[in-house]
Design a protein around this ligand. Structure first.
Ligand code: SAH
Ligand code: SF4
Ligand code: F3S
Length: 476
């Protein structure tokens, strides 16, 4: 029952698609040059996936795409709110758009995404960025065509940032960016309310897409030649809990694995509290599931973990890693960590360093805590100065760089089946590829190999990447 309420009625989505068709017909009628759209995305893969839907809707409205905002009839900036730095970058870039708008007063400037769902950000745009025409949060994304139509017809400004638990819009068109890689959202929102994090406030509550629709999307992607599918959600391990059916994330993974074809399945993000033995066994048994897990631990000290409301201890985290490694010994492990959480002392921070040494992650995403308005942590008192936090951050980065370099060095001399996924500007190595575990391997070879698998021998390594030579190609 709940699921029905969360699904936006089919006819409402159809009405938006119809608006797209009307807008496209109007361009054609005017016999104008094809209008262009510039879409810029900040933040995580979830936002990338949302931008693929924005592009899908824009294409259906008749827009082509450009990388030059001064050429664009419509500029769309999909924002992130996770740290202050992300918000500041957006504001800087939006400020710069006053110039393009002055040259082209007809230009429509849209801001959307997580930062726009924060009341103080939307208010700031309303007051100080008067050249912005349209502001909407993630909950209103599916109504983008009606906003564009209104502005094309009547100009004026639109702000659609109403708070919501969130719904699911199925059937929106997408224009994918990834070549051989594709994102598939399996759920939206988050229920965890880690005390530092803005995501639950701007993305609403957890809601899972119907398994049959996810499977159909994956089947189509495989048929279209995509080789690397990443299942997305803020916490994929709670997939299905809201559906009221007997199916969890591990079951979904197994069903995606059963789709015939030569492709890899990745997923992110996993919350350690919900990463179960069942999931680990499923990963070990499903041959298409990449031997990789991104399992953010955030802090290595139990008091800090509790203050963060993470709901696991360092010991529980380590025991999960141990179970996983006993099943998949060569698993590639990555994680996120926050330095300088309010109240974290340097002694407590050193537990994070110890955890790093115990687990030895292949790579780590390291963040300095950034207070987010409206979250509980923003009101917690700090004990360290900015300089002390920076020093701790530096120690963390140095330790991880050393571990990453050692882990990468261990690849040298070994052979891997890699997926060649792009061209690089590097003069010595013109191709990029990924090991099944997701490590970047620079290779040399014909650009026509992009999209193919190859067997590569690793010849060299650095802190950030591997370098190799192609032994044999599998031309598809
Ligand atoms: N849902 C994912 C993470 C989403 S945000 C998860 O739970 O793992 C990505 C990462 O940003 C988080 O893992 C965390 O390390 C970091 N992050 C989130 N809020 C932050 C804040 N206020 N300051 C600094 N880093 C933050
Ligand atoms: Fe944020 Fe925690 Fe939810 Fe991840 S699980 S999105 S860190 S609240
Ligand atoms: Fe940023 Fe929103 Fe993702 S806050 S990290 S874009 S969910």
């Amino acid at each position: 029952m709940e699921r029905k309420n969360r699904l936006i009625p089919r006819e409402d989505v159809e009405a938006q698609l119809h608006i797209c068709d009307v807008i496209r017909a109007e361009w054609t009628e005017k016999q104008a040059n094809q209008p262009l759209a510039f879409v810029d995305t900040y933040g995580c893969q979830q936002n990338e996936a949302d931008s693929e839907q924005l592009r899908g809707m824009l294409q259906r409205m008749g827009y082509g795409f450009t990388d030059d905002e001064s050429q664009a009839a419509i500029v769309v900036i999909n924002t992130c709110a996770v740290r202050e730095h992300a918000e500041m970058r957006v504001l800087g870039n939006v400020g710069a758009l006053t110039h393009t708008k002055r040259k082209n007063p007809e230009q429509i400037i849209c801001l959307c995404g997580c930062a726009m769902q924060e009341p103080h950000m939307a208010e700031k745009i309303r007051r100080s960025f008067r050249h912005v025409d349209l502001v909407f949060g993630p909950h209103a994304l599916w109504r983008f065509p009606s906003f564009v139509q209104e502005i094309l017809r009547n100009r004026g400004r639109i702000f659609e940032t109403e708070d919501s638990e969130g719904q699911i819009a199925e059937g929106l068109p997408v224009v994918r960016q990834g070549g051989v890689k594709a994102w598939v959202s399996i759920m939206y929102g988050c229920n965890n309310f880690c005390t530092y994090c803005i995501v639950p406030y701007v993305r609403g509550r957890e809601r899972s897409r119907a398994p049959e629709l996810i499977l159909e999307e994956c089947r189509n992607l495989v048929a279209e030649g995509y080789r690397d599918i990443t299942l997305l959600g803020q916490n994929v391990n709670s997939y299905g809990k809201d559906l009221g059916i007997d199916m969890d994330f591990a079951d979904l993974l197994r069903q995606v694995n059963d789709i015939p074809g030569d492709f890899l399945i990745r997923f992110m993000t996993s919350h350690p509290k919900d990463a179960s033995d069942k999931l680990f066994h499923t990963m070990a048994e499903c041959e298409k599931v990449a031997p990789a897990l991104h399992l953010p631990f955030q802090a290595g000290n139990n008091r800090v973990l509790q203050a963060m409301n993470r709901r696991y201890t360092k010991e529980q985290y380590l025991s999960k890693i141990e179970s996983l490694r006993s099943l998949i010994p060569d698993i590639v492990l990555t994680s996120d960590v926050i330095v300088g959480f309010p109240g974290e002392t340097t002694e407590e921070f050193e537990d994070t360093l110890r955890l790093l040494e115990e687990v030895r992650f292949d790579a780590l995403f390291t963040f300095i805590y950034s207070p987010r308005q409206g979250t509980p942590a923003a009101k917690m008192p700090d004990v360290l100065t900015k300089e002390e936090k920076s020093r701790n951050f530096q120690r963390l980065v140095e330790l991880q760089n050393q571990i990453s370099a050692e882990k990468h060095a261990a690849y040298v001399g070994k052979e891997y089946r890699v997926l060649i996924d792009g061209v690089s500007q590097n003069p010595r190595h013109n191709l990029t590829s990924r090991t099944p575990g997701g490590r970047l391997v620079h290779l040399s070879g014909p650009e026509g190999l992009v999209g193919s698998y190859a067997t590569a021998r690793i010849t060299d390594s650095s802190t950030w990447a591997l370098f190799g030579e192609i032994l044999s190609e599998e031309v598809s």
